[in-house]
Ligand binder design. Structure first.
Ligand code: UDP
Length: 326
């Protein structure tokens, strides 16, 4: 049985759906502070799914999930993940993300579960020193969110040395899209991400484009947009890698192809088939001009590669927004 913390959230729910479709038994452990009970209900129809509402900050709650279920491995998504909020309220981020993970690790060691796939981020690199960013790029996060993820990666390495605890840290670039059935997708409150903000814009709530004088092909930021179902598949590959005796390691998950904010905006207009109202704003603090993954390591070692392009991701995101009015 696989325990998925944060399985009611955006990326976690896509992994749970894929695991269930592959016939795996899954336990979701989620506080529902940012995840959604509606998502869990949708997932239940795909197979053997248990749901535990609990908070990792409470050791007894996470121990309880291990006591009553035979867990073989953990995929750990549960975390707060809003960069701006992490700057204004670092205590919330360090306490939740670090302390919560330490409790999870306590329970895993107690119950002798020593395999984890960890949801990390490109934010562990900070301001890029070169492009594309490979896994050996210096790690200097520029916000508390990135710091929490880097600290956890380091904790995991130390737990390997001391306890033989094996983990894979997956460093996501920009996760986008929704599932092909338009049942689950990106549902954040408040929504800060590019594609939902473009698709949800209308005459009352125009889309705000942050920064048009970057040193890039068209003046707007370039990012590496990776489809959420492709991301989910990478977690399955990482679990297989650990089951086959793989060593603790980290992998970038991205396409190695960059798209500018203007390009994304144009694709959204094409998919939606309307003119989307747009306003230009100054650049957001801490947004680097270009972030691009070198993804060869995941291709070589995890036997994973992205299959869905950006237009497909936008189409699925759009289908999800029209079939799910929150
Ligand atoms: N962005 C934008 N308007 C928005 C949201 C995002 O112009 O309403 C830009 C943002 O400045 C960045 C890119 O879109 O260059 C991707 O931002 P997002 O928040 O989706 O992901 P991030 O790269 O910050 O993790």
């Amino acid at each position: 049985m696989i325990l998925v913390t944060g399985g009611a959230g955006y990326i976690g729910s896509h992994l749970v759906k894929l695991l269930l479709k592959k016939g795996k038994e899954v336990v979701i452990f989620d506080s529902l502070e940012t995840g959604h009970t509606e998502t869990v209900e949708i997932l239940k129809k795909y197979g053997k799914l248990k749901f535990v509402q609990g908070n990792l900050k409470n050791l007894d709650e996470i121990r309880g999930a291990f006591l009553v279920n035979k867990i073989d491995a953990v995929v750990h998504f549960a975390a707060f993940s809003q960069v701006a909020e992490s700057v204004s309220n670092p205590q919330k981020y360090y306490y939740n993300n670090i302390y919560g993970t330490l409790n999870l690790l306590n329970a895993m060691l107690e119950f002798d579960v020593k395999k984890m796939v960890f949801s990390s981020t490109a934010a562990v690199y900070g301001e890029p020193e070169y492009i594309p960013i490979d896994e050996n790029h210096p790690q200097n996060p520029i916000n508390p969110y990135g710091n929490t993820k880097l600290m956890i990666e380091r904790i995991l390495k130390d737990y390997d040395k001391a306890y033989g605890f094996k983990s894979v840290s997956l460093r996501y670039f920009n996760a986008v899209g929704a599932d092909s059935d338009a049942e689950i997708g990106e549902w954040h409150e408040p929504e800060t991400h590019l594609i939902p903000n473009i698709l949800n814009a209308d005459s009352e709530k125009t889309f705000k484009m942050f920064g048009t004088d970057y040193d890039t092909k068209d003046g707007t930021c370039v990012r590496d947009y990776i489809n959420v179902e492709d991301l989910a598949l990478a977690h399955i590959r990482a679990l297989e890698y650990l089951n086959n005796g793989g060593q603790t390691d980290c992998f970038n998950l991205g396409t190695s192809e960059g798209n500018s904010v203007k390009e994304v905006f144009n694709i959204c207009e094409k998919v939606k088939g309307v003119t989307i109202p747009l306003e230009v704003f100054p650049a957001r603090a801490g947004d680097p001009a270009v972030l691009l993954a070198e993804n060869k390591k995941a291709k070589r070692i995890l036997n994973w590669q992205p299959e869905k392009d950006l237009e497909y991701s936008v189409k699925t995101a759009y289908n999800y927004t029209i079939s799910n009015k929150h």
